[in-house]
Design a protein around this ligand. Sequence first.
Ligand code: NFE
Length: 479
Amino acid sequence: MPEVFVPFVRTQSTGGTPPPVTARTIVIDPVTRLEGHLKVQVEHSGGAVSAAYSSGMMFRGFENLLAGKDPRDAAHITQRVCGVCPIAHGMAACLALEAAAGISVSANARLVRNLILGADFLHSHLLHFYHLTLPSYVKPPDAAPWAPAYSHDIRPGAADNQRLVDHYLQALAVRRQAHELGAILGGKMPHTVAFEYGGATAVPTAQAIATAQEVLAGVLAFIDGVYLPDVDLLAGLYPDYAGIGGGHGNLLAFGVFDLNAAGTDKLLPRGLLPAGATSPQPVDVAAITESTAHSWYADGAPARNPADGLTQPDPDNPAGYSWLKAPRYGGTPYEVGPLARMRVAGHYPGTSVSVMDRHRARAAEASLIARAMQGWLAQIDPAAPGFTPTAVPAAGAGVGLTEAPRGALGHWLRLAGGRVASYQILTPTCWNCSPRDQAGTPGPLERALVGTPSADPAQPVEVLRVIQSYDPCLSCAVH
Ligand code: NFE
């Protein structure tokens, strides 16, 4: 790999790669109000997007630096993939090693893990709606850090606009409370020290549980009294976004928040919903592949299951245009995230997939999780252990499937000599923002952008709204 990588300078289309920039091209680079480095190029004609290309612009290499490490360290190292969803990585890493060892954790450990992860979901969903999304729909104050802002297609009247901007500010404090909740139970946030192979390192005292209930009640009151009504308000002001940004329509959830030791019962279950389906199908992990045909990798196969995955950077792949691989299920792109989870769980009826469906499902999920957390706090036994010391297996393999706030997350671990022999991470944003695969099929975001209005190419706010509805995190996606 060259010492200095100059990203993404392509002058020719090489079959499935972005065409040269013309007067019909809009390039947003970087896309802001998300984590990491995302570039989106769209071609437009007749006032609508005709093709889109999504590119992750930074390589990181966490999988490679895990090789040879003590597998217990993965729960802490992989949390550094991201400051927004670290807890989910800690969870997936623990689950992968525990699967390799064939163990399950105590009831207290399960509850404490659910609670810390739940607190991170609440923080993340509030962050996404108020601080990453809303500025694309309201007229923000004419001052830093909001100015300059788009002026095209901003619809709220003065009173609604003021209400939403006020809530933007209030939500900063509520996000802090959600993080405090995680810190009460997990030692600190965002990167918890409580997630260890074999359980959770601390069981909260009765006093800590009471404090956590109090903080949680405040967060839940904001979700139900402010967040949900604000999403309704936005959906009412922008009703056309219930029909924009649908995409392939396939939804996938790995499931999360175990309600029993075996993990067979979950608050948000595992399931697959191909477009239009109303009853979820089982998920077969063997059907998952990642293609690098249009990615800057040389992995020596058209597509690999993550159990056999490689991470061999190749910035010179002439067909590449992203540092994201292209995950597929049975060769088909699937959208992951709150809409997938809530629909698989039966909590979000219908078959519609759109920008507003994503926002509505995310808010409804925040309320559902916060309520479940109240119950989990009540179930903790402060006198019972949370951690069971267990030997690390010398060899074997395990898969840890869970959900991060943005969707299905998996860690694939292989052990040799008691160390990490191979580690592969498959993140939600890699599913959602993937480039084309070996068959040339666009990823979910790339497909969802097709047909999006582009009324004012100088202010492509419609394109931005579709992108943001997925809540992308490119730090996770490239890991
Ligand atoms: Ni970096 Fe992450 C993603 C979530 S999971 S925010 O995508 O949610 O790795």
